[in-house]
Design a binder for this molecule. Sequence first.
Ligand code: NAD
Length: 419
Amino acid sequence: MTLYTGPVFDMAREQFHTVADYLDIPKGERDRLLYPKRAVAVSVPVHMDNGHETVFQGYRVQHHLTLGPTKGGTRYSPKLDVGEVAALAVWMSWKCALCGLPYGGAKGGVACDPYKLSRRELEAVSRRYMQEMIPFVGPRTDVMAPDMGTNEQVMAWFMDTYSMYQGKTVTEIVTGKPVSAGGTEGRREATGRGVAHLVGRAMERLQMHPAGATAIVQGFGNVGSVSAMALTERGVRILGVSDHTACYYDAKGLDLPALQRHVAAHGVLAGWSSEAACDPATLLTLPCDVLVPAAVEQVITGANAGKLQCRILAEGANGPTTPEADRVLAGRRGDVFVIPDILCNAGGVVVSYFEWVQDLQQFFWDEAEVLSRLNRVLDRAFNRVMARVEQDHVAHRDAATSIGVQKVRDAKKMRGLFP
Ligand code: NAD
């Protein structure tokens, strides 16, 4: 298949084949498990504020519909391509299956820089993208959510656009909406809170104490900032943070509330402090107990994996660690406890599932109920991954992925191949 190319899809493919070898999946069965069911590419024409028309490229990849509708985020990023979107859809499938959610994976997005669009342009891109996707999505077909570069507001525009075309309000078409527009309590914080919860579980196993522990977080958007905040609530000191505009480090600990206030006011970290500024290239390899990559893919590579000085690598981002880096980490004989992305950041899709269920039933839960159910689902997935690690002596990522792949494979086998 030549449609799915590029370094990020190559990563997803390599990870899958590693696990398929471990599970002894015959070669003839693999393409059907790996390659997406459907990829949609659309043009998104928009009137820009300068009076010109710009056409952005939009995508949606639906990996499989074997277990239910597809589910996955929408990414706005300048270099987005179908290979990256497909890789993210494949990872979503293994993540949903690992957590026992009745979904296949999907992902989508628009190749645009949301930081350079005005609010009006962002709304125009969002509404036109959703309008183009209407024939291919639906509450029982494919349900979108936020990802990098999108947020609650974008989800509200998606929901409104879809609803206008249906002639009725269809809140269950997207998740990650504001609570005021049919969203659930706890969704915005779910991914970061899940990261912190799983770091807590890893610390228990390693007999570490959160109070007095230290962390570095790359990416200060939804996942990064909430992970940092939730770790702080557990007594962890945040030594370093970065986003695409700035990077800060202080061995005594950063003032997280002040950073959050700065980002709330200015949108980015740039301009917060000149004293704490640090080189983003070295941030990931500085000493800390917990390292949370929560931005883009492929930041932990064969070149820097050997230099990591963390005890726990909590992958808030999707695909932050390359297969080459995994091999380096494997050679370090477990001195870095990896919480792989499909487990570590699963809190987002778990609470998205809760949102979808609540919207379908029009019966809403309070935040305490959402969080306690979230922790139960994450604990179950974590325990299953650790049991497989101990039973088969495989890497944490391979254990997590194999549980997901096996579930999808079993369902495909039972359903058979139509016609
Ligand atoms: P976001 O757009 O809210 O934030 C992204 C952050 O990353 C921003 O602070 C941005 O400045 C920063 N960033 C971008 N490029 C960077 C770089 N080169 N170096 C350092 N920082 C950089 O996005 P998000 O929703 O927080 O998503 C972050 C990651 O988490 C992505 O990999 C996404 O797929 C994953 N994820 C998100 C969710 C969710 O619920 N939002 C769920 C699961 C996984």
